[in-house]
Design a protein around this ligand. Structure first.
Ligand code: ADP
Ligand code: MG
Length: 703
């Protein structure tokens, strides 16, 4: 049954072929229904109309005035030409200025008529003016559904170019409303509407576009957010139930000579309480007969690798192979070196495979993997290739999991006939509510304790103008025998510029820290992997005191003697990246430092990030803050998760309480009717289907 909601948007009055094509391309709006679900991102209060003469310096950012057009003229020449319209309301007059689209405005504005003018006021020498305000003919306002609040719709430059700025989109929604409202059918069961005190759908959609007042808007938002989050939670919790009831996980009952040998003879230190707890959790997971799906969160340096190694030894004790996938070649080689060292003499065979592994070596690794002689394989994306075949893969560890896409991860599960156990690790802590939604299908372990003896890292923020102070400090640390990282941002869009920063920086550093007293390593993405390895090795072995690098060293590098991390143009890094970088130091017994260098001019957000870094070392607090500053859409791990994770209206950062409530409701419903077959749950089954692929990284569905 085709309803008006499915009509092609081109048939809406005010659209037509050309705009329809743009609406689809720019905003993904193809049908009336798509437009109906294209919500304003904020609202402006249009209940108050200012008298022009009363507007002072304390006026809000946007205001409206009402007045008659008393003058209209072009000023200036050529590209500087602008249209100036004067409106007066008896108390004074204001100038309205258009630099662009003046012709279009000129044609539409009728001198002598009364207009409602809405925009950002500027006061200069007591003259009030507005640049590019919105204009509404007062006589025509009467038949608009708008209440006191007007929605502001996000749009694009191209759409604005065809008169589909925020106001234009608003007009389309106005044109459409009457045609669609009769077709809006309720999507939630009446029982839930009642128990959760929700506004019915039609009313909510009306008020989201045309709020009658603040209270109605709040209730409309609440209803739509709740529905969205309920759909996601129903989907996540159902998937989870499927996984934990399927009897098809490998069974690791034995704690044998590999695990015990390592624990009793090779482990160079006592495990922290948190590490012990996580090892116990993994042991418990692997004897249930279900597939383990565990996320291990732990701040940088908390000792996740060691936990992963113990899980891999457990697998080996039970006759299974394991692999560990890491995002960079440097990290793969480093893990390989440290794991090989730790299991020396235990009879465990470990290999490393990356894109640059030579053919002969690779053939040897693949052969030993295929016939089961190799127990543990560490590597990069190269592990995903089809030719990498295991004899009996029982456990997959993924380090820095946010660096991998869902598809890449899912490829690993197909490397055995039964999906192997999965342990994904991240040092980018995820706030609880986000984890609940994004990783709703995972069990979460947290290492919330650092190995003993670590001194908190001291963080300072210096401006570029204080560089001499920085050099002095670096000399004194190097004189004590310590090593230093200097890291430059690398952002894809402007690679050239970034490398220029790095090279300039390297030159400055070489001048300030000359041979023979000082030696520098330089590592960045443009080098061959031999050059990278050599640079890393020299630094690790203490032959060089300074490592100049791009953020390729962000992840996982472990050089305990390095005590200073200098981050150049720190304002260009996100919080979680800054925190990751800082985690490269503070790994030994010495006091470590992180120095954030920045320009003098900082945006408010950049300043908030740098201040937060100076103030705290707590990764969880930083990630909560990051979420607040950036919104969940941007947080690392979200956009890379690869799931269709676009929330229409709810915010993972701000709607914590609704997320928790929706999860509880979803849990209660599913516990009584997991298939959603009962008649009162019919609508919920449809809702769950709508969010089938949302939320919760899909760690390989079990068939
Ligand atoms: P993560 O991967 O969580 O950032 P790592 O596993 O790289 O951390 O561990 C950081 C450093 O701490 C390594 O040098 C590791 O050997 C050491 N380490 C791990 N666990 C302990 C422990 N329980 N006691 C002392 N040092 C530890
Ligand atoms: Mg690590």
């Amino acid at each position: 049954m085709a309803t008006a909601l499915e009509y092609d948007i081109k048939y809406l009055s005010g659209v037509g072929e050309r705009r329809a094509a743009l609406l689809e391309k720019e905003l993904g709006i193809r049908t009336f229904g798509d437009l109906l679900y294209y919500f304003p991102f904020r609202y402006v209060d249009r209940t108050k109309v200012y008298r022009i003469g009363d507007v002072g310096g304390d006026a809000p950012a946007y205001i409206q005035v009402k007045g008659r057009v008393t003058g209209m003229a072009y000023e200036g020449q050529g590209r500087k030409q602008r249209l100036r319209v004067t409106v007066s309301d008896g108390s004074g007059s204001a100038d309205l200025v258009w630099f662009q689209g003046a012709k279009w405005i000129e044609k539409r504005i009728e001198p002598g008529k009364e207009y409602l003018v809405f925009g950002r006021p500027t006061l200069f020498r007591n003259e009030l003016s507005f640049v590019h305000p919105e204009m509404d003919l007062v006589a025509r306002l009467a038949n608009r559904p708008s209440g006191g609040l007007q929605g502001v719709y996000s749009t694009t430059e191209k759409l604005s170019g065809v008169q589909l700025g925020s106001k234009g989109i608003y007009n389309l929604v106005c044109n459409m409303w009457e045609q669609v409202e009769g077709y809006i059918t309720e999507t939630l069961p009446s029982g839930i509407l009642e128990s959760a005190g929700l506004m019915p759908l039609r009313e909510a959609l009306y008020n989201i576009h045309f709020p009658q007042n603040q209270e109605a808007l709040r209730r409309a938002e609440y209803r739509l957010k709740f529905e969205e989050l309920l759909g996601i939670q129903l989907s996540i919790l159902s998937r989870r139930a499927t996984r934990t009831t399927a009897e098809n996980g490998f069974y690791f009952p034995r704690v044998g000579t590999f695990f015990n040998g390592f624990y009793n003879e090779r482990l160079p230190f006592e495990l922290t309480g948190a590490q012990k707890r996580v090892v116990r959790e993994i042991r418990a997971d692997t004897v249930t007969g279900h597939q383990m799906n565990r996320l291990l969160q732990g701040d940088v340096g908390s000792g996740k690798t060691l936990v992963a190694l113990m899980a891999m030894l457990l697998a080996a004790d039970n006759g299974f192979q394991s692999c560990m996938m890491v995002p960079t070649e440097i990290l793969a080689r480093q893990h390989f070196a440290s794991v090989s060292r730790m299991v020396e003499g235990l009879g465990i065979s470990v290999g490393v495979l990356t894109g640059s592994t030579k053919k002969k070596e690779r053939d040897d690794i693949l052969a030993r993997l295929a016939d089961g002689r190799m127990h543990i394989l560490i590597g990069t994306h190269a592990l995903l290739e089809d030719r990498v075949r295991f004899d009996n893969l029982g456990l997959v560890v993924i380090d820095e999991q946010h660096r991998f896409g869902v598809e890449q991860r899912a490829r690993m599960w197909t490397k055995n006939s039964v999906p192997p156990h999965i342990l994904v690790m991240t040092a980018t802590p995820i706030p609880r509510t986000l984890a609940m939604t994004l990783y709703g299908d995972l069990d979460v372990s947290v290492i919330d304790e650092l190995p003993p003896g670590r001194k908190p890292i001291l963080t300072r923020h210096l401006y570029d103008s204080q560089r001499m102070k920085l050099f002095g400090f670096l000399r004194s640390e190097i004189a004590k025998g310590r090593q230093v990282y200097v890291v430059y941002p690398l952002i894809k869009e402007s690679e050239k510029m970034d490398y220029k920063d790095l090279y300039d920086g390297f030159e400055t550093m070489s001048r300030e820290f000359p041979l023979p007293e000082y030696r520098l390593s330089v590592v960045h993405g443009k080098l061959s992997s031999e050059e990278k390895n050599e640079g890393m090795r020299a630094f690790k072995d203490g032959e060089t005191q300074i490592m100049v690098a791009t953020s390729v060293i962000e992840v996982g590098v472990d050089v305990p003697n390095a005590t200073v991390m200098v981050i150049e143009s720190a304002e260009r890094f996100g919080l979680s990246q800054l925190h990751q970088l800082r985690g490269r130091v503070g790994r030994g017994a010495e006091q470590s430092y992180c120095i954030l260098m920045s320009g003098d001019k900082l945006s408010r957000e950049a300043r908030a990030r740098l201040d937060a870094m100076v103030e705290t070392n707590d990764g969880f607090r930083l990630s909560e803050l990051d979420l607040k500053l950036r919104g969940a859409g941007d947080i690392s791990g979200t956009q890379q998760s690869g799931t269709a994770f676009e929330l229409k209206i709810a915010s993972l950062a701000h709607d914590t309480a609704i997320i928790e409530y929706a999860r509880r409701v979803a849990g209660e419903i599913l516990s009584e009717d997991s298939a959603l077959q009962q008649p009162q749950n019919r609508l919920l089954a449809a809702l769950r289907r709508r969010y089938e692929n949302h939320g919760g990284v899909d760690f390989g569905m079990i068939s």
